[in-house]
Design a protein. Structure first.
Length: 158
């Protein structure tokens, strides 16, 4: 004899683990197929991708760290986790402890020139002696937006 309450409880437990959105970890991105939730460009380069997972577990995906930063400036969010890709190692890393380099040549999908690194020495090596700024997440969020940068008061200076 099958115990219906027990079967229902097992079924609910199994179904709760089958969500299309992440539980706080970095989301899956189907490169070449999914669009950036900010600029709508197709996300094609993993090394520049970024994402937010809010408190509801909903993922917002970006093709460029600059799109992520602009999105956060434009919209209040209940971001639980913010993710970027480590340019040196390639995998997802949390944005808060990451280090960022601004390459004024803008060689990223949307031209922000922002590249993320898990380790400060990797960021400093990438910046080299070119004078490119190396900054932490809080400093990056305090800098002028890309629109302000284009008017001469943004990321182009240290």
């Amino acid at each position: 004899m099958v115990h219906l309450p027990r079967v229902a409880a097992v079924a609910l437990t199994l179904l709760s683990g089958c969500s299309s959105e992440p539980s706080g970890g970095p989301p899956e991105i189907r490169y070449g197929l999914e669009e950036c939730d900010y600029c709508r460009m197709v996300i094609s380069q993993e090394k520049f991708a970024a994402a937010i997972v809010d408190e509801a577990g909903t993922a917002t995906r970006f093709d460029d760290v600059g799109c992520l930063v602009d999105y956060l400036r434009d919209r209040p969010t209940t971001a639980r986790n913010v993710w970027v890709h480590d340019h040196a190692g390639g995998g997802w890393i949390a944005a808060e402890p990451a280090w960022f380099v601004h390459d004024p040549r803008g060689l990223t999908p949307m031209g922000s020139g922002l590249t993320a690194f898990a380790m400060r020495p990797d960021a400093e090596a990438f910046a080299g002696d070119r004078g490119w700024p190396v900054m932490g997440w809080p400093e990056l969020l305090e800098r002028p937006s890309r629109a302000e940068s284009r008017s001469g008061s943004g990321l182009d200076g240290p």
